[in-house]
Design a binder for this molecule. Structure first.
Ligand SMILES: Cc1cc2nc3c(=O)[nH]c(=O)nc-3n(C[C@H](O)[C@H](O)[C@H](O)COP(=O)(O)OP(=O)(O)OC[C@H]3O[C@@H](n4cnc5c(N)ncnc54)[C@H](O)[C@@H]3O)c2cc1C
Length: 499
């Protein structure tokens, strides 16, 4: 066992899409900064960012019903949907910049156009969808969305879902063709290859064990080299904790006041994947339904056309579940070890408040494969058990914190936690997730490098022309940017490169 002390400007912990995005932006803005990455697994994008571990939806709120809520007066609140769409536009612009600079040679390796649809049944939900459609249609970001409750139209849009549907309940759907399927695993790998070519030192099979502040205000990171068994110490001016589910324990190790009174609750996921190419070929959309009563927002069922490994695939889910692990490759002790004296009351309060969620997760864990097939048949009435198998998805660690609404409140969004002096930042939470990585990493930079932002702004605007500008309020700029990014990312014409 040896101890080496090495100094650098920036350390990125974890080789997921978040570190990949932050590293790629920083390399453009401050090319001289020395960046090191430590990832405990053997490659990039192996945890939540991996294509089999998430749903690959380019979340722009085009189809996710949980981003639009019905207010008490019956009107629809679209503010969250608008904000998420604006954030996705930032990702599209940064990815387009990377395509134009030849960092991403072929965008179809990670992004494909696919219609995004919402589908509901029953009079109450049909009315909700109609009102949602009307509210969104007034906003330029959602132009091109169509609504239909005509069974013939729906048969045209979603033949597999409409086939042999016996229920007399009203059914309706919205469809918008500008949706995307994003292979975040492929994107992460492309970005890490790029970072390596820019002299970023990417260390796989290196697990970060501790992070402590030094007397001179730097951060000392203790790293275990898994192959050699050696322990190394690296110091940096700035550390980004992009450990996905593994971020909370690392943040706790920093001891910063901002890390206190925060807990994490892991929710696991399963997808059903179709093995019958004839069935796969008959569906072409991401179709999101409505979450069941008591179900958390991330378990909204959806039937998704995906592009994975140069092939078209069909996945249904996610089914939620419980595992005490914070990462798919984590330990059964993760949850219990994350309980500290400072977050004990927060965690206990959440335990009491979230009994309905606990009950829901237990029910989900207990589901048999045939019961999961029954849920799938609500989407595809003709689904046959032999055509479908199960894949285990990634872990999502939902943040628990004390908020104005009370102690121990479960959060479903993403949380950026930074030290007061901006020397360390951690990303917690999982939704809307990878789709909004660019916006989240810009937030990290604004909070951690305020002294550089003015100097960096022209370059940021070159990469992301709408940075700091509301596209909703500038429809012409939106149209220009949307058209340009669709062209750069190969989304404007339907591709037939995959079978
Ligand atoms: C079931 C599911 C469905 C989802 N669907 C979507 C979707 O449709 N669209 C979307 O945009 N987002 C989706 N997400 C969210 C998205 O996957 C995540 O937000 C995103 O991948 C997180 O990226 P990350 O870089 O933070 O974490 P990760 O990709 O998990 O990367 C973290 C990395 O850190 C490493 N690490 C952890 N601890 C240490 C340590 N101590 N030392 C060294 N390395 C460490 C891990 O090994 C891992 O490689 C989904 C997530 C799940 C689980």
């Amino acid at each position: 066992m040896s101890s080496i002390q090495i100094k650098t400007d920036v350390i990125l912990i974890g080789a997921g899409v978040m570190s990949a995005t932050l590293g790629s932006i920083l390399k453009e803005l401050a090319p001289a900064w020395e960046i090191k990455v430590f990832e405990k697994l053997a490659g990039a994008g192996e945890e939540s960012s991996n294509e089999w571990n998430n749903a690959g939806t380019g979340h722009a709120a085009l189809c996710e019903l949980n981003y639009t809520s019905e207010k008490s007066d019956g009107s629809i609140d679209i503010s969250k949907a608008v904000s998420i769409n604006e954030q996705f536009q930032l990702s599209r612009q940064f990815w387009s910049y990377l395509v134009k600079s030849s960092v991403i040679p072929n965008p179809q390796e990670f992004i494909m156009p696919i219609p995004h649809m919402s589908m509901v049944q029953g009079e109450k939900d049909v009315n909700f969808l109609k009102k949602r459609f009307k509210a969104l249609s007034k906003n330029p970001l959602f132009q091109g969305m169509e609504f239909s409750e005509d069974p013939d139209k729906l048969k045209e849009w979603i033949p597999l879902i409409m086939e042999d549907r016996t229920s007399n309940e009203p059914i309706a759907a919205t469809k918008i063709d500008s949706g995307t399927d994003v292979n975040f695993g492929a994107l992460t790998r492309i970005l890490f290859d790029h970072l390596k070519s820019k002299n970023v030192e990417v260390n796989y099979k290196h697990s970060v064990k501790d992070i402590k502040r030094t007397d001179d205000g730097l951060w000392k990171v203790k790293v275990h080299d898994i192959d050699s068994g050696k322990t190394e110490y690296h110091t940096a001016r700035f550390v980004f904790i992009g450990g996905g589910g593994g971020s909370l324990p690392l943040l706790q190790k920093t001891g910063i006041p901002e890390s206190k009174h925060i807990g994490g609750f892991p929710v696991s996921g399963l997808f059903m994947v179709c093995n019958n190419p004839e069935v796969v070929a008959r569906h072409h959309a991401k179709v999101y339904g409505k979450a069941k009563l008591g179900a958390p927002p991330m378990s909204v069922p959806h039937l998704d056309t995906r592009y994975i490994g140069n092939k078209k695939a069909l996945l249904f889910g996610p089914f939620a579940g419980f595992s005490p692990k914070f990462l798919k490759t984590g330990s059964n002790l993760d949850l219990i070890l994350s309980v500290k004296p400072d977050n004990l009351l927060t965690m206990l309060a959440a335990g009491v408040k979230e009994m309905a969620l606990t009950k829901y997760l237990i029910q989900q864990v207990m589901l048999s494969n045939e019961q999961r097939m029954e849920e799938l048949r609500e989407f595809i009435p003709t689904a046959k058990s032999e055509d479908w198998s199960i894949v285990v998805a990634g872990q999502r660690v939902q943040v628990i914190k004390d908020t104005a609404t009370g102690r121990g409140t479960l959060q479903f969004g993403t949380e950026v936690v930074t030290a007061a002096d901006g020397s360390v930042a951690a990303l917690l939470g999982a939704s809307p997730g990878a789709s909004t990585a660019v916006n989240v990493m810009l937030e990290v930079m604004e909070r951690c490098f305020p002294q550089h932002m003015k100097q960096w702004e022209p370059k940021i605007k070159e990469m992301i022309p709408s940075y700091g500008v509301s596209l909703t309020e500038n429809p012409e700029l939106f149209h220009e940017i949307h058209t340009a990014t669709a062209q750069a990312l190969g989304l404007s014409e339907k591709k037939t490169v995959f079978s």
